[in-house]
Design a protein. Structure first.
Lengths: 142, 423
């Protein structure tokens, strides 16, 4: 009898708790693992935002199917060096170095076409060119 | 008396009047005006002075006129001289302009040619870099070949030594259609004919190694034709101009960092979701025609499933036997009911395959939808209701009161990228 009573009490408590604990099922719209970069807000960049090492986190547009990863080191003296992991069979790294300049809100690397440059609050850069867009995260030296 | 006075008066009046008339008549004949000598010389002096002054002024005026005339003449001469010089200068300038106009098209042409030459130089530089890489590979292959030939010769010269197995033919990598500089300096390898005591060793080829590139020339030219052309992008790199294509069979690699697999479960207490982003795998399919066939494997690290409650997760891992069955695996075998839209770059249908949980495999069919996102990644979503008991997973309960339902819904949100060379 006491056992039955205990079970009954447990059942009532459980039922009561079930009524109190909300569902934690993920909504269909929340299932997707969106890239973090979609949550950044962007504003026009200046020359001072460029110095340092940057690694790509998102590549969109035509170049997205060709470039897997980019790394740039921009010097305050106007020089830069970069490496790109090209998605070919087999994939390979292409490296280069040159000079950069900043004109009217656009970053120009050597004699390449200009790319509009934007910056996010935490220091990420966004390069927007004709063939696509690249988001670069600043990488602190260790 | 009065009358007398009157008469005297009248007579006086008449008398004076007559007298006046008579005198007046006499004046012209009696009056002569003559100038004295003193008055005449003063006036003459004045006139002479005036005359002299006038003459002086006249002389000055004539001199001034002459000077002005002379100066005007000089001015005219000077002006006409300057005009002549200006005209000459203008003529020279016009001539120069004509020469420059004639030279402009040539300069533009030269500029275009220079730009073309620079572009060609860049292409050649890239080709040179490729050639250098290929030459390095060829040199390594030649060294290997040398070593093999040396060991063959040694084996042929020493019959008591164990028979060297026939070396597998060394296939040179496809090389660009240019003459490799190395062959000129590579010494010709001597023939190493097999000795009678070692019949197992075949005769090595007597062709010099330098011919290897030529043998593969057709193949290489084809490869070069298929390789996407490069162009300088805003990133400063010369990127292959390979566009993503929806159609055509391609290999896709799952991007674990951007993929999630989960399940929705119901229990007595509340409904909950478990997720994992430790997803990996790849598959091969033609998105424009997935019904033609799909093959691939997706796997999830079982121990990475997370429901947000540590105790529940611990129980779940025990029930799933994660220590022994580390992966939950789905193997795709076919695609049914394909609805593909190459223009919108979307696909829908049902993937047919085998799902393995806790070592138990069952045939399943999962409805899926796929699209291409801005980063040219394939985004796949799908849902699959299953019963845990079918996979040998005991339904968890707590004190016989709190229990979970046998049925759960597995869902997937994958992002995958097409890999080059996967066609």
């Amino acid at each position: 009898m006491s056992r039955l009573v205990a079970l009954g009490i447990a059942f009532v408590v459980a039922a009561g708790q079930a009524a109190c604990i909300p569902s934690s099922v993920l909504g269909v719209e929340d299932r997707e693992a969106e890239p973090e970069e979609t949550k950044l807000t962007w504003s026009p960049a200046s020359e001072e935002d460029l110095a340092g090492t940057f690694i790509s986190t998102e590549v969109t547009g035509e170049i997205a199917g060709v470039v897997r990863k980019l790394v740039y080191v921009f010097g305050a003296d106007g020089n830069y060096t970069g490496a790109a992991l090209i998605d070919e069979d087999p994939p390979y790294f292409d490296v280069l170095k040159g000079t950069w300049r900043f004109e009217q809100g656009a970053l120009i690397l050597d004699d390449a076409p200009p790319a509009r440059l934007e910056v996010a609050q935490e220091g990420s850069l966004r390069l927007i060119g004709d063939e696509g867009t690249v988001i670069l995260r600043p990488e602190a030296e260790r | 008396m009065g009358k007398t006075l009157q008469i005297i008066g009248v007579l006086a009046l008449v008398g004076f009047t007559g007298l006046g008339i008579a005198i007046w008549a006499q004046i012209p004949s009696k009056l002569n005006v003559t100038l004295s000598e003193g008055e005449a010389s003063e006036d003459a002096l004045k006139i002479a002075l005036l005359r002299d002054r006038v003459e002086t002024l006249s002389g000055d005026l004539e001199a001034l006129t002459a000077t002005l005339q002379e100066n005007f003449t000089r001015l005219v001469e000077a002006t006409s001289g300057e005009a002549t010089e200006t005209a000459a200068a203008q003529a020279r300038t016009a001539e120069r302009l004509r020469e420059l106009e004639a030279a402009v098209p040539e300069a533009l042409k030269a500029r275009e040619e220079r730009a073309r030459a620079e572009a060609e130089a860049r292409v050649l530089n890239a080709a040179l870099a490729r050639l250098e890489r290929t030459n390095a590979q060829a040199a390594a292959m030649l060294r290997e070949l040398d070593a093999l030939r040396t060991s063959l010769r040694e084996a042929a010269a020493a019959p008591t030594q164990p028979v060297v197995p026939a070396p597998s033919p060394v296939e040179p990598p496809p090389l660009p259609p240019v003459t490799a500089p190395a062959p000129a300096s590579t010494p010709a390898l001597p023939d190493a004919s097999a000795p009678p005591e070692a019949p197992a060793i075949p005769e090595p080829s007597t062709q010099p190694v330098a011919e290897a590139p030529e043998l593969a020339e057709d193949e290489t030219a084809e490869d070069e034709a298929e390789k996407p052309k490069k162009k300088k992008s805003f990133l400063a790199f010369d990127l292959p101009s390979r566009k993503f294509t929806f159609g055509g069979t391609q290999n896709y690699a799952v991007l674990g960092a951007l993929s999630r697999v989960g399940f929705d479960g119901k229990s007595t207490l509340h409904d909950f979701t478990g997720t994992s982003n430790r997803v990996s795998g790849s598959f091969r399919v033609d998105l424009a025609n997935p019904g033609a066939g799909i093959e691939g494997r997706i796997q999830v690290l079982a121990s990475s499933l997370n429901t947000g409650l540590a105790d529940r997760d611990s129980d779940m891992r025990t029930h799933l036997g994660v220590a022994q069955h580390k992966q939950i695996v789905f193997v795709a075998e076919g695609f049914e009911g394909a609805r593909s839209d190459p223009r919108a770059q979307t696909v829908a249908g049902t993937i047919v395959g085998k799902l393995t949980i806790k070592g138990t495999t069952q045939n399943v069919r999962m409805p899926v939808r796929a699209r291409i996102d801005d980063a040219k990644r394939l985004v796949v979503e799908g849902e699959l209701p299953i019963r845990m008991s079918r996979f040998g997973v005991r339904v968890p309960t707590q004190a016989g009161v709190i229990s979970m339902e046998d049925g759960v819904t597995i869902w997937i949100r994958l992002r995958a990228r097409a890999r080059a060379g996967g066609r």
